[in-house]
Design a protein. Structure first.
Length: 135
């Protein structure tokens, strides 16, 4: 009798549909009801795991798309800068900066610092202040 009461109480508290509860309670003995409860619970757990995996795949796809879009946009910006002449190579940048230093009356300490920086100038144009390099 106690096992029947447990089986009936489980039906009330399990997060299953009314239709599933009716089917389980239609079983005559608790020996058949309890395994059906277990089947329902395990199938819900499997469904939850499947939905979690699907959500993870969706998140990973979204992240991959964002990364690919970022790479594409950076390459596009690089191509646009090259077309506009802003993507200069190191030697052209050094020559242009030296001419600018000679032409303008900058203080000696500024000229020395720019010359030092331009001698170790790498491919990274961001190492120079843009305001000075593109005036």
């Amino acid at each position: 009798m106690l096992s029947n009461d447990i089986a009936d109480t489980l039906a009330a508290y399990l997060p299953i549909t009314l239709e599933q509860k009716v089917k389980i309670l239609a079983e005559r003995t608790s020996n058949t009801r309890l395994p059906r409860y277990l089947d329902v619970i395990l199938s819900k757990k499997r469904n939850r795991s499947d939905s979690m995996r699907k959500a993870e795949r969706t998140t990973v796809r979204g992240t991959r798309r964002k990364i690919a879009k970022g790479i594409f946009l950076r390459e596009k910006m690089k191509a646009i800068k090259d077309e506009l002449g802003e993507g200069e190579d190191d030697e052209k940048m050094k020559i242009r900066l030296r001419k600018k230093l000679e032409k303008n009356p900058y203080p000696d300490n500024v000229k020395a610092r720019v010359k030092r920086a331009s001698s170790s100038f790498r491919d990274d144009a961001r190492s120079f202040p843009r305001s000075f390099a593109h005036q």
